[in-house]
Design a protein around this ligand. Structure first.
Ligand code: GSH
Length: 218
């Protein structure tokens, strides 16, 4: 298995955590340095035409797997134990819905290509761009907090007492929000679940700041 990622990438953190949770260790991990814009190099464009990480290859003959949600679902289908989705359809829909608040609605607002477009193409100051990022992060965190604090299906983790893809997405949202110094005080349920996740080995060792080349803090 070959995994393309980068320490700072929250989408890579999601897939890295799912791999670790399922006890899968890629044979090869290739860093695509987002801070140097390496995702746009011709060599990586040939791997993933969208010029985004993560990407995963099962083996030399497998197709390129792309988009973190699709990759996590692929891992769940091919390695069902330990599960990352509930058994019932309502539960799976809730877990996917919580995940999509992060993956579809919030995360895209803060990725390098969007931040670069806001500052370089549209001329926003760094401060205004950060206000944009924090705004969309707060919207997602607020939606997660409301869901998680009012739903009876919330348990130790986002859905009951077993880790799911929603917890992986929540953890990425919290770590990503930390990178941009978004205020986390209004989200106690999100933070309670984050803390419960981060004591688990799969989450702790997959943390962006625990990866080779990462700084001690950002
Ligand atoms: N929806 C995608 C998002 C992938 C994504 O945006 N990855 C970021 C890093 S977290 C990236 O490669 N950004 C490069 C860029 O914005 O130029 C997924 O979940 O995999």
């Amino acid at each position: 298995m070959k995994f393309y990622g980068f320490w700072r990438s929250i989408a890579s953190f999601r897939v890295r955590t799912a791999l670790a949770y399922k006890g899968i260790k890629p044979d090869e991990v290739i860093d695509i340095d987002l801070l140097q814009g390496k995702q746009r190099d011709e060599a990586y464009r040939k791997v993933n035409p969208q010029m985004l990480i993560p990407a995963l290859f099962e083996d030399d003959k497998s197709p390129m797997l792309f988009q973190s949600m699709a990759i996590m679902e692929y891992l769940e289908e091919t390695r069902p134990q330990p599960p990352l989705l509930p058994k019932d359809a309502f539960g799976r829909a809730r877990v996917r819905g919580l995940s999509q608040i992060v993956v579809s609605d919030a995360h895209p607002m803060s990725v390098p290509r969007v931040r670069g477009y806001l500052t370089k193409d549209l001329g926003l100051s760094e401060e205004r761009m950060l206000t944009w990022v924090r705004h969309w992060q707060s919207e997602a965190l607020s939606a997660l907090e409301t869901h998680l604090s009012r739903d009876k299906t919330t348990g130790k983790y986002c859905h009951g007492d077993a880790v799911t893809i929603a917890d992986i997405c929540l953890a990425g949202q919290v770590v990503g929000s930390g990178f941009f110094k978004t205020d986390m005080k209004p989200y106690p349920t999100v933070m309670r679940i984050f803390d419960a996740c981060m004591v688990l080995d799969a989450f702790a060792k997959s943390h962006p700041l625990k990866q080779p080349g990462a700084p001690e803090k950002v």
